[in-house]
Ligand binder design. Sequence first.
Ligand SMILES: [Fe+2]
Ligand SMILES: [Fe+2]
Length: 315
Amino acid sequence: MLSQTHAAALAQTEQYDLGMDLLSRLQRVTSYSERLDILEQAEEQFGQLEVRAHALRVADAARALSLHCGFDETYANRLYNATRLHDIGKLFMPTQILEKDGRPTDDEYALIREHARHGGDLLGPSAPEFVRNVARFHHERYDGKGYNNLVGENIPIEARLVQVADVYDALRSKRSYKPGLSEEGTLESMIRMQGYGVMFDPYLLRRFVEMRLAADHDRQISPEKAEEFAAFAKSRPMDDLAKAADPAVFQGWQISADGQRRRKVFDETIKYDVLVEKRDALGEVKFRLEDRKPSSDMAREADNSNIPAPRGPRF
Ligand SMILES: [Fe+2]
Ligand SMILES: [Fe+2]
């Protein structure tokens, strides 16, 4: 499970024995609930209190975002419980790297990246896929430049929700190598990050910004910035995709019977985002983007078409 370099880094720490003990205890149980008990105890033993506090804050934010997007309570609670464990793979990360004063080196960063895979492994095959998806894929980026290079709609929706909440909390939090950003600075950074490729699910990022603006009762965001963020929240998700350098960001979209490539990406009651694929004389794909409100025709067509239901509940 651990790479050689990782095992070597861990061997020099007192976490090594705890880690080996954890693995052998996990090997003796098969049910997911028993594994969960062991993992929760391990978190205490490993003393990763900040990792746990972060996981709880992210779980709260992911839950709130899912409700804001129209998911129901049952879904939101499932997401909370899964998100609570999203960084469980950090149990195997040497504490001196986690708590390092300063930026991690390239080697250390390579170890840090392992936590997503370890999380999936620790939860084990008996864990619900939903829970494992959150652990394994919460560092994907919509443009495919994340840990596992999943792209766009191929990233499970549960992981896309958690990614937004996770980055928000990471930016807000003070770390040994950086101060925590203000609410305003955090939202501004997230919108700026979206401009370099497409980091987040464009729809979810807009709903998240909208949700944080609505929650800003004590005016931590200046009126000018609030206006700018509100304009972003109202802008078209498809505008982000149009800026993506790699057309693979459209992977997972379906080609409908009339040859158009389209996907019901977002809430059918809000809008359809439609992508029309055009080819030039040499057969090279050129894209033209359209953004239409659903007409009753389109709604009917969408019901009958072979467009698969979106992953997870509709929202
Ligand atoms: Fe993580
Ligand atoms: Fe995290």
